[in-house]
Design a protein around this ligand. Structure first.
Ligand SMILES: Cc1cc2nc3c(=O)[nH]c(=O)nc-3n(C[C@H](O)[C@H](O)[C@H](O)COP(=O)(O)OP(=O)(O)OC[C@H]3O[C@@H](n4cnc5c(N)ncnc54)[C@H](O)[C@@H]3O)c2cc1C
Length: 332
């Protein structure tokens, strides 16, 4: 074994994806075995490592590094995390591959790190192979009907994302965690400081950036749209839509959510008059909480929603606007 290493980026997204790091470690170890490289983990914050260890499943790594000592913020600006990760990658001459999960957050991070460092990105691989000193990624194309093999043509380090759907849990949990290091960068001064905080007006929030997204579908009449935007402003939410809503001129194309639109991961997704087709649901696979408002209790979106409200958008949205408006204070 030489000093070369691969890193797996372990993010449980604030505990929401508790199993994902373990599945990524299993894949990293498989690649490490094939290459003879060390398999190390890198986490956004020491608290993530602590959660992994407290999870009781055990995992083995040749090293575990943390990016920063700021208070843990699971939804910290991805640009800051990418900046730190890229700095660590640039400072690691032995690093061959950085592997991230192909989740919405992981894919965004991978793209930013690769772009910042000018490194090749092998995205959404369903398998990795080490053959003839070449890394070969296999990824699905043509809606999974064919596979494409991709390989970097320049020297490492390379950035790879793995399709989280194909990551398998380790066959047997490791007996105990073997953590060689937990500190690289953890005590370093933050590389950025907050100079000024301002709020982007809701109308300018993109569906990828907002914590709350209100999406309209064919069930929303054009004259109800103003109320939807008012509600969005009150909730500091972005407005998105189904493909039908785009076709109907209710929202712009760049706000379409779904398989052929944006794949989003907001904290709260509110589907207004959207049936919940498979194509639409693909785009909200990683939404944390889903609320659906639909006149049809059997609409497929109701099965995905944690809260399903059988109601007419045209009457419910104005009531929600009233409820969300700051209470008027009457001086006596
Ligand atoms: C290749 C391909 C890619 C696609 N990509 C996407 C994509 O990225 N995103 C996407 O969204 N779709 C996509 N589609 C289209 C998708 O199949 C559906 O046609 C689309 O999602 C349906 O949009 P909708 O839910 O707004 O409309 P509908 O399916 O017509 O649903 C309207 C819903 O509104 C409800 N409703 C009606 N009136 C009211 C009311 N007054 N109050 C409350 N509820 C009401 C109805 O009960 C119904 O459930 C794609 C299709 C193909 C073939």
């Amino acid at each position: 074994m030489d000093d070369a290493a691969l890193w797996v980026y372990l993010d449980d997204e604030g505990g929401r994806q508790a199993d994902l790091p373990l599945r990524l470690i299993a894949e990293g170890q498989r690649l490490a075995q094939a290459t003879g490289w060390r398999c190390c983990g890198i986490v956004r914050h020491p608290a993530v490592a602590a959660r992994l260890q407290a999870g009781g499943r055990g995992f083995e790594l040749d090293g575990l590094f943390a990016l920063g000592a700021d208070p843990e913020c699971p939804d910290a600006a991805i640009a800051v995390v990418a900046e730190r990760l890229a700095a660590c990658v640039a400072a690691a001459p032995d690093l061959r591959v950085l592997v991230l999960p192909g989740t919405t957050v992981g894919a965004d991070l991978a793209a930013r790190v690769a772009a910042r460092l000018g490194r090749p990105l092998l995205s959404q691989c369903v398998d990795l192979e080490w053959s003839g000193q070449r890394l070969i990624g296999r990824r699905a194309v043509c809606s999974g009907r064919a596979h494409q093999m991709v390989s970097p043509t320049v020297d490492p380090p390379w950035v790879v994302t793995l399709d989280p759907q194909v990551l398998e849990a380790p066959a047997a949990p490791a007996p105990h965690a073997r953590v060689a290091t937990l500190a690289t960068g953890a005590d370093a001064a933050p590389m950025t400081a907050v100079a000024r905080v301002w709020r982007i007006p809701a109308a300018e929030l993109g569906v990828l950036d907002a914590q709350v997204v209100l999406s309209v579908g064919r069930g929303v009449a054009a004259d109800a749209l103003a109320q939807v935007h008012e509600l969005a402003a009150l909730l500091h939410a972005a407005v998105g839509g189904s493909r039908e809503a785009v076709f109907g001129g209710l929202v712009q194309r760049e706000r379409q959510v779904g398989a052929s639109g944006k794949w989003i991961a907001p904290r709260v997704y509110v589907a207004l008059g959207i049936s919940g087709s498979t194509y639409h649901l693909m785009g909200i696979r990683e939404a944390r909480h889903v609320v659906a408002i639909n006149t049809d209790p059997t609409a497929p979106i109701m099965a995905r929603a944690e809260v399903g409200i059988v109601a007419d958008v045209a009457t419910l949205v104005p009531a929600l606007v009233q409820a969300a408006r700051p209470a008027a204070v009457t001086e006596i």
